[in-house]
Design a protein around this ligand. Structure first.
Ligand SMILES: NC(=O)NC1=NC(=O)NC1=O
Length: 246
């Protein structure tokens, strides 16, 4: 059995359930999805500050899993891909973020894609990730719905607001596909896709598909050498006792 660990980097357990359902909907046979909620940090991530405070707990989840029962792949299920490079240093299996996964899949569905995300203040971070992963040519635009992350589930208008924003993004950008800019939108992927008649990519599903494929290819990173090698042993002061490398 392949085990993929899907980590919600915020502490909202309800979002973890939504993320787990999206992951399990696309998991291939004999693939177990282990969904984990961050034990420490913000209840939602929609600023640089939130991302910084989500990373320590996220990393403790990975170091703990590596110590007890290493997974065959790790998915960071927040669109800012918080802590991704640090996670790669402590994981012995592939680690990908949902933004990274969604961009890669979207780039293979046409010439250009658009991103529709939550608050406009997160657009800069999404743009930075587009450039960092090398998709500046394919990403035609990044748009915000102005719905805060935790309001996605409670606002009854989310579905229609998101659908309208995705339809408008396709039109103004001339894109072939839409990337949903938040794990919390995962449960709306099918609804939006049917409404706008274009591929809509949720990074949770994209990430599970990619990680399952990498596991099937036997791709493990092990204790990589070079940039992503295990961090040198040192003293870390003030970390909670359950940290793996402390
Ligand atoms: N763009 C976003 O707001 N992303 C996210 N914040 C979260 O807390 N989870 C996400 O996926």
């Amino acid at each position: 059995t392949t085990r993929i660990c899907v980590i919600n980097p915020n502490t909202a357990a309800a979002m973890t359930e939504l993320i787990a359902a999206a992951a399990r909907a696309v998991a291939p046979p004999r693939t177990e999805i282990v969904a984990v909620t961050n034990p420490m940090g913000p209840e939602s991530i929609e600023s640089h500050y939130d991302e910084a405070l989500a990373a320590p707990g996220l990393l403790s989840v990975i170091t703990e899993m590596e110590r007890t029962d290493p997974a065959d792949g790790y998915l960071i299920a927040c669109f800012g891909d918080p802590g991704l490079d640090a996670a790669r240093e402590v994981a012995t299996a592939p680690v990908i973020g949902i933004a990274e996964a969604a961009f890669h899949v979207a780039s293979m569905l046409g010439r250009g894609f658009s991103v529709v995300t939550t608050l406009s203040r997160t657009i800069g971070r999404a743009a930075d990730l587009v450039g960092h992963y090398g998709f500046s040519r394919q990403c035609r635009g990044i748009h915000a719905t102005e719905i805060p992350v935790l309001d996605l589930e409670t606002n009854p208008l989310t579905g229609s607001i998101l659908t309208d924003a995705c339809r408008e993004a396709l039109r103004t950008d001339g894109s072939d596909a839409i990337v949903l800019g938040c794990a919390g939108m995962a449960d709306l992927t099918a609804e939006v896709g049917h409404a706008i008649g274009a591929p809509v990519i949720d990074g949770v599903a994209a990430g599970v598909g990619l990680l399952a494929g990498m596991a099937a290819m036997g791709l493990r990173t092990g204790t990589a050498s070079g940039e992503f090698a295990t961090p040198r042993t040192k003293l870390y002061t003030g970390l909670p006792t359950n940290f793996g490398l402390g």
